[in-house]
Design a protein around this ligand. Structure first.
Ligand SMILES: [Zn+2]
Length: 163
């Protein structure tokens, strides 16, 4: 099993699929403001829940299998590797709240590794914001984004549980 959020939304003007998860979010393609609902506001929390599930069950952010049935699945599928990249190469930004460093790493990864057609390049801005919003929410709710079962914070240093 994996955590699917079953959310769908399409821009009223251009039909582009995305999720307007707060009042500041506009259509990544045409810039029209989306219709925010209570359900869409749960997107970030839902993705955090999915991250916890994957870390517990797959020892990383990328699940062993994934099925893209809607736009919220596609969003998760695009963001898993961003966080996996941090887990493998920049674990310090997951274990401690370092939003400036995280943003640089996340933005660069999305610029370089997420392949989109030229006309969809503005979508990267949306993905970058979403990646950062998830990061901030995770720390707000006290979820350690590094492999929480294996690593605990002791005296500001990262150590394994049995060290
Ligand atoms: Zn649009």
């Amino acid at each position: 099993m994996t955590v699917h959020l079953s959310m769908r939304y399409e821009c009223e003007v251009c039909g582009f699929p995305y999720i307007p998860y707060n009042e500041t979010i506009v259509c990544p393609k045409c810039g029209k403001k989306g219709e925010v609902t209570e359900e869409y506001k749960t997107l970030i929390n839902g993705i955090c829940r999915s991250f916890v599930y994957n870390l517990d069950n797959f020892k990383g952010y990328i699940p062993a299998f994934w099925w893209c049935g809607d736009v919220s699945d596609n969003i998760q599928y695009t963001l898993f590797p961003v966080y996996e990249h941090c887990l493998k190469n920049h674990k310090e930004v997951l274990a401690e709240y370092k939003p400036i460093e995280f943003r640089k790493i996340s933005d660069l990864y999305i610029d370089e590794k997420v392949n989109l057609a030229d006309e969809l390049l503005p979508v990267k801005k949306y993905l970058k914001q979403l990646s950062l919003d998830i990061y901030e929410k995770a720390f707000e709710i006290g979820f350690n984004l590094s492999l929480k079962k294996k690593f605990v914070k002791r005296n500001g240093e990262l150590k394994t549980d049995n060290s």
